[in-house]
Design a binder for this molecule. Structure first.
Ligand code: PLP
Length: 463
C-alpha cells in the first residue's frame, strides 16, 4: 500500500464550511455499535473484523468494493422480531430491501414470512424453498403474468392496490379455479419519514386506495362480492426510516375504524390487519431506533385499544420490516483511490465504487457514516466527502464525515448500515460491475451474490 504524503485538508472547527455534519467522534478509531453489525470489532493490530475475519483478508479474497453481511446479526434480528411479535402476529421481511436465495433460507429457518413485489422476487423466493403460503405479493401494477404465477404458486396473500387489480386478480383466480386470499392496501392519509409524520393530505401518491371519500370502503364492497377473492384484511404502509410511533398510531386507528365500518355494513369482521414496514435504523450516531419489542408493544397496545373502543375482536397483526432487519447487518468495503484536499472546503476521498453500489445518498440525500478500517490512526480528524468513481458530480457516498488526516490511497474504508436498498438498487452505470455480497459467520466467509463480470455485461449486449 502506498502512503504518499499529501497536503493537509481543512481540519479545525473554525475553518469548517457550512454543511450538515456532526462533530467528529472523540476517537475516530471507535466503532459505534449502533451503526455497525453485531460482530464487527477491531483486532489486536487495529484492523476491523467481522465474524472474526479481518477486512484486509476479506479485501484480498473478495476484492473491493464489496458488501459484507454479518449472518449472525441478520439471524439475531429475525429472531428478535419474531420473538417480539409472538405467535399472534406475523413478521414479513420486505424482500425489496435485499433478497437472495441465502437470505430466503435464513428467513425460512428463523420463522419469518416474506413480502415480494415483482415476478423476479417471487421467483427467488420460490427457488429458495419459501413455502408459498408464507409469501405476500405487493405492487401497484402487477402484470397479469405475475398475478397468474403468484396465484398458481399459491401465495398466502396478494395485496390489492387498485380497483382494476381487484377485478384482475378475481378473474385470474376464477380461471385457475381457486379462491385467492387478498388484503386491500389503503392510504390512511398519513405519511411518515424519519422524525416527522404528516397526518393529512397524503393521498396524493401512487400506492393504495384512499380511505378518504369512501374509496377504500367501495373497494371492500367490490372485493367481498367476487367469488375468486377471500378478503382477509386491510393493509397500510406509511413511509420509511420512521422513528416516531405517532404515525403508526394514526394509521392503526384509521384501519381499525375501517374494520368497524365493514362490520357494520357487511356483518363481517376481517381477521387481519397489516401495518407495513418503514421502521428506522441508525445510519449515524445521531439516530436512535426503537427495539423490536418496543415496536411490538406499542403497535399491540394501539390496536387492542382501538378494537376495544370499536367493540371488535382484535385482528391478527402483521408487520413488514425490511431495512430494520437487513440494513444494519452489512457494510460496504471500499479502497481509497485518491485523496484531494480543497483548501477551505473539504477533502474529497474517491473510492472504487459509488452511486452504482449506493444510490441512496444521491437519491434521498441519505446520511451515512464511514470509518478507516484497515488500520487505526492517531491523526487529527479531517472533514471529508466520500465520492465514487462515476462520471457524475452527484456521485456521493457519504456527504460529510470525518476521517483521519493521514488517510491515503490504498487504505480501506467502510460505510456501515448498507444492507438495505444498496445492492438491491445497484446499477451498471458507467458499465460498473455490481459488487458481490459476502456472508460472514463464525470465521467463515462465503459469496451469496457473486461480483458481476465484464462477460455478464457483454452477455446482455447481443451486438
Ligand atoms: C418498502 C416496503 C416495506 C419495507 O419498508 P422498510 O423501510 O424497508 O421497512 C414494507 N411494506 C411495504 C408495502 C413496502 O412497500
Amino acid at each position: 500500500m502506498s502512503r504518499s504524503a499529501h497536503p493537509a485538508g481543512p481540519r479545525h472547527a473554525d475553518v469548517l464550511p457550512e454543511g450538515h455534519y456532526t462533530a467528529p467522534a472523540d476517537d475516530l478509531n471507535s466503532l459505534d455499535p449502533k451503526v455497525w453489525a453485531q460482530t464487527v470489532g477491531r483486532d489486536a493490530d487495529g484492523v476491523v473484523t467481522v465474524g472474526g475475519i479481518p477486512v484486509t483478508r476479506l479485501a484480498e479474497e473478495f476484492g473491493t468494493p464489496a458488501y459484507f453481511l454479518d449472518e449472525a446479526d441478520f439471524r439475531a434480528r429475525c429472531h428478535a422480531w419474531r420473538g417480539a411479535f409472538g405467535t399472534d402476529a406475523d413478521v414479513f421481511y420486505a424482500g425489496k430491501a435485499f433478497l437472495s436465495r441465502a437470505v430466503v433460507r435464513w428467513l425460512h429457518e428463523e420463522g419469518l414470512n416474506l413480502d415480494v413485489c415483482s415476478g423476479g422476487e417471487l421467483a427467488t423466493a420460490l427457488a429458495a424453498g419459501m413455502p408459498a403460503d408464507r409469501i405476500a405479493f405487493h405492487g401497484n401494477n402487477k402484470t397479469e403474468d405475475e398475478i397468474e404465477r403468484a396465484v398458481e404458486a399459491g401465495v398466502g396473500r396478494i395485496v390489492l392496490d387498485s380497483f382494476q387489480e381487484i377485478v384482475r386478480v378475481a378473474h385470474i383466480a376464477d380461471r385457475l379455479g381457486v379462491r385467492q386470499r387478498v388484503q386491500i392496501r389503503v392510504t390512511v392519509g398519513v405519511e411518515a419519514h424519519t422524525h416527522e409524520f404528516i397526518a393529512t393530505a397524503h393521498e396524493d401518491q401512487k400506492f393504495g386506495i384512499a380511505l378518504a371519500g369512501g374509496q377504500a370502503a367501495e373497494a371492500v364492497r367490490r372485493a367481498l362480492q367476487l367469488d375468486g377473492l377471500e378478503l382477509i384484511g386491510v393493509h397500510s404502509h406509511i413511509g420509511s426510516q420512521i422513528f416516531d410511533m405517532a404515525g403508526f398510531e394514526v394509521s392503526a386507528r384509521r384501519v381499525v375504524q375501517l374494520l368497524a365500518e365493514i362490520r357494520d355494513e357487511h356483518g363481517v369482521e376481517l381477521p387481519e390487519i397489516d401495518l407495513g414496514g418503514g421502521l428506522g435504523i441508525a445510519y449515524t450516531s445521531d439516530d436512535d431506533p426503537r427495539e423490536p419489542h418496543e415496536i411490538a408493544k406499542a403497535l399491540g397496545e394501539i390496536v387492542t385499544r382501538e378494537c376495544e373502543a370499536a367493540n371488535l375482536r382484535t385482528p391478527r397483526i402483521s408487520v413488514e420490516p425490511g431495512r430494520a432487519i437487513v440494513g444494519p447487518t452489512a457494510f460496504t468495503l471500499y479502497e481509497v483511490g485518491t485523496v484531494k484536499p480543497l483548501e477551505g472546503l473539504r477533502t474529497y476521498v474517491s473510492v472504487d465504487g459509488g452511486m452504482s453500489d449506493n444510490i441512496r445518498t444521491a437519491l434521498y440525500d441519505a446520511e451515512y457514516s464511514v470509518a478507516l478500517v484497515s488500520r487505526t490512526s492517531d491523526a487529527e480528524p479531517m472533514l471529508v466527502r466520500v465520492v465514487g468513481k462515476h462520471c457524475e458530480s452527484g456521485d456521493i457516498v457519504v456527504k460529510d464525515a470525518f476521517l483521519p488526516a493521514d488517510l491515503a490511497p490504498g487504505d480501506l474504508i467502510a460505510v456501515p448500515a448498507t444492507g438495505a436498498y444498496c445492492r438491491s438498487m445497484a446499477s451498471n452505470y458507467n458499465h460498473a460491475l455490481r459488487p458481490p455480497v459476502v456472508a460472514v459467520r463464525d470465521g467463515e466467509a462465503r459469496v451469496i451474490v457473486r461480483r458481476e463480470t465484464e462477460e455478464d455485461l457483454l452477455r446482455l449486449d447481443v451486438g
